[in-house]
Write a protein of this length. Sequence first.
Lengths: 370, 370
Amino acid sequence: MSLNLQTHTEHFTNPLYLESGRILEPYDITYETYGILNEDKNNVIVICHALTGSHHAAGLYEGENKAGWWDGLIGPNKTVDTNKYFVICTNVIGSCFGSTGPMSMMYPHHEPYRYKFPVVSIKDMVKAQRILFDRLGIHEVEAIIGGSMGGMQALQFAINYPNFAKKIISMATTYATQPWAIAFNKVASEAILKDPDFKDGNYNPKDIKENGLSGMAIGRMAGHISFLSHHSMAEKFGREYKRNDGLFELFGKFQVESYLEYNGQNFTKWFDPLTYLYITKAINIFDLARGYDSLDEALKNVTCKLHLIGFKSDMLFLSEEMKVIGDTLKNIGNTNHDYFEVDSDYGHDAFLVELDKFDTYVKEVLDGKE
Amino acid sequence: MSLNLQTHTEHFTNPLYLESGRILEPYDITYETYGILNEDKNNVIVICHALTGSHHAAGLYEGENKAGWWDGLIGPNKTVDTNKYFVICTNVIGSCFGSTGPMSMMYPHHEPYRYKFPVVSIKDMVKAQRILFDRLGIHEVEAIIGGSMGGMQALQFAINYPNFAKKIISMATTYATQPWAIAFNKVASEAILKDPDFKDGNYNPKDIKENGLSGMAIGRMAGHISFLSHHSMAEKFGREYKRNDGLFELFGKFQVESYLEYNGQNFTKWFDPLTYLYITKAINIFDLARGYDSLDEALKNVTCKLHLIGFKSDMLFLSEEMKVIGDTLKNIGNTNHDYFEVDSDYGHDAFLVELDKFDTYVKEVLDGKE
């Protein structure tokens, strides 16, 4: 069977009540589906995307040559088998790929929100998805799977909508964002804010897509460091110098420098700077225990089977942060969870790159063998 | 006895032949001494400073309240006992605290070098020091001690001037700078270069001292991440939010963000941006094996006792990089070295902060007990 990729946008006129006390009204949610929803609407798997990801998790758009960000995992006869499951991935609220975010028009004006956009939290992102699923008549899903910020959403689902998913797989993430990760985001936000072409948030998006935004490129470079590891960088680049550059030229470049430059500059052509500020804010303030006396209390809500995957060399969200969740569950008497550690040198990005190291585990979870 | 702090600058008119093939002529070297040189001039200990360090390693200048960067280690009756030893610390060539660097006047013009300054290497820094010591009549020293870029210098001394020091202590450094460290420097150099106030290197230093340079502040923030560790950050800052800032305010700040901002901005008032580019370049191109077939061949030159200190949580230069040096020495049959690992959670900065974790070891080395 084919992937049956479909992209939709749903419009909501009721206000979305945000954790901050503010509201978002109206709002859109763009989402993508793969496979076919069965009659009972009970063959659904939800995929949650990371910071700069989108609803485009699998398949190829016409005329493009880059598949969705988890294409290796999702598709016919793949780990998340679209012959069997109806897979949904939504673009989170606050993002810039169709769902309402800071550069969306602020109704009833025809101007983008920019700084008038409210800060959204991971909890808000999850709530918006829950409302979307409701409209689609989906009241229970087989599984929710996500990594990094997607893993935060998966955990937040487990706490806030405990009966919604039978199984939740959360990987390469944390129970509360630690200062190390906040610090990397800080470098990025400072670099964006201090770039004169950002114009204090009043930039023309077209200019940025055309000319780039060096501040965001610099921030993305810092991001790339946090996504990799000492070993993956050493293996990928070594101390190779760019061909024709002299070692004693001040601007001669190591390969790793070219890589960062290229990815940094390229990033500014497909991502929006204000969105970057808002989404990193959502990540920074992520804390499962917010609104509870402790993480223990928060995790007492979890009733579905919770599968935690940590990556040994993850430098952004340490595998020990994933273990804290497992240990806390154990302490409060929850026996319905497990922790799987991926032996990887790749760093945080392993959840996007080294699929072969955890796809069997994910398949076993979905097949009910784990 | 008093510390007997003295600061001097020596002027050299002979050219300094650099590793790049270029020359530096004339040049100055600023250095500081503590204690008293004995008649035989054989009670000398050399201290080597790190990236943003200077010759001011110990003691207090009149009217200042911040002591030298290794004041806890150096002084009367301290680990490096200035009652016994004559301690010298020189500002490296290429730096901005008195020795000739990119913002020094380019003889015979009365304009700073700026980009006309040649790229200098760690080997060049060490050579310049060797020439200074020669002029001072010091032809052999008791020990050379350095951490981070200072540790690189110490290792380079061991290879290039094998009979100069009886003992060498190198800590928190590497045998060749790895892409992870180069990547952090890249964020900083990009941020500096892209800042319009840097004016492509034609800035007025006075303006920068007065107004700061946000690009360098951003780069320094990235640096601070690399100097710390997940655990030291978590312990230092936790998820504390700045008082009076609202969690859902886009510009509300976590403590770790305030810390980075403060240190970043402050840094630009006491360090020079072009110098930052040149010194990080020297660090990036540091490779003990350059000019040799391999690290083995390079390390075969070492004849003095070489003491290596690694810090367990060092995220900038992994302790395993220090171990590579020890293992390589062992492989080539060198039994005159040892490796000491400091059990620290503090990260790279532990070599500046957690002196109590290695000062006993350093003392034993100096006393000939290690």
